[in-house]
Write a protein that binds this ligand. Structure first.
Ligand SMILES: CC(=O)[C@@H](O)[C@H](O)COP(=O)(O)O
Ligand SMILES: NCC(=O)COP(=O)(O)O
Length: 262
């Protein structure tokens, strides 16, 4: 059951523009523009921009990362979230750009897409100094995590400010008999994170169908980072139309959450 305190947590939308870069990279023409996409999403009300500059630069390139930092200077209310593996190329971007948030993701260099979170206690010792470095730079640290309540205390102990709950298993269960059980696992993991003082982010395969129920059930959800489905929706609706649809969906989830605590 969501408490009244967490029921009022506003869920920010951070648009991941990886897939705009993926299409751009298929020609040497510079279109579709990644910075233009981010500008239009911010103008439409997105609260942040997320990128995941993978080592192979299959989509987001180092030049995108710095150009988006310049763009975001015009949007002081918006947040910049840079994701990646801190043992690969992420720390160079964090040191250079000092974004609002660094999201540590344990991806391999040639991984198809992100598909798991960190493991504790195995990963704690090597993560701790890099988390400390980010925080010394004034960068919030979010750890990409599977929805395992027992892992949350260790994530806090290693210095994380937030966890990002990896939501692909929830998305895959959407519309199946396993949906409710999956959603409950995220609710429990989020509550365990809140109980030890962690903030809650979420992302991966969230979309217009599965988002409202997630927002309604997961306590203290501060940010969802959404890319693949939102950019696909933007191909039909335009960036502004897609952002508006996601913001309306988040708002519907918030209304449902608030009603539960009334
Ligand atoms: C960490 C995560 O779930 C996503 O942010 C990730 O950026 C997806 O990467 P691709 O866009 O390369 O699939
Ligand atoms: N951290 C999740 C993210 O940034 C976007 O994931 P997806 O919506 O592209 O699956």
């Amino acid at each position: 059951m969501t408490s009244s305190a967490t029921a009022t947590t506003r869920t920010a939308l951070s648009v991941n523009v990886n897939k705009v870069a993926l299409v751009r990279n298929t020609r040497h023409l510079g279109i579709p523009s990644v910075t233009r996409a981010a500008q239009l999403c911010l103008e439409a009300g997105a609260q942040g921009i997320t990128v995941h500059p993978r080592p192979d630069e299959r989509h987001i390139r180092a030049s995108d990362v710095s150009e988006l930092q310049e763009l975001l200077k015009q949007w002081p209310q918006a947040e910049y979230n840079i994701e990646g593996n801190p043992f690969h190329n992420l720390m160079d971007f964090i040191r250079a750009q000092r974004p609002h948030q660094a999201t540590f993701v344990p991806d391999g260099e040639d991984q198809f897409t992100s598909d798991h979170g960190w493991n504790f206690p195995q990963d704690a010792e090597r993560l701790a100094p890099l988390i400390a470095e980010c925080k010394a730079l004034g960068v919030r640290v979010s750890l990409f995590m599977d929805p395992i309540p027992a892992q949350m205390a260790a994530a806090k102990a290693v210095g994380a400010d937030r966890v990002e709950l990896y939501t692909e298993p929830y998305a895959a269960a959407w519309g199946t008999p396993a949906q409710a059980q999956q959603l409950e696992s995220y609710r429990a993991a989020a509550q365990a994170a809140l109980d030890v003082g962690l903030g809650i982010n979420a992302g991966h395969d969230l979309n217009l169908d599965n988002l409202a129920a997630f927002v309604a059930q997961v306590p203290g959800l501060q940010e969802v980072s959404i890319g693949h489905a939102l950019i696909a929706d933007a191909l039909e609706r335009g960036y502004a139309g897609a952002v508006q649809a996601y913001q309306e969906t988040i708002a519907a989830g918030m209304r449902s959450k608030t009603a539960q605590t009334a």
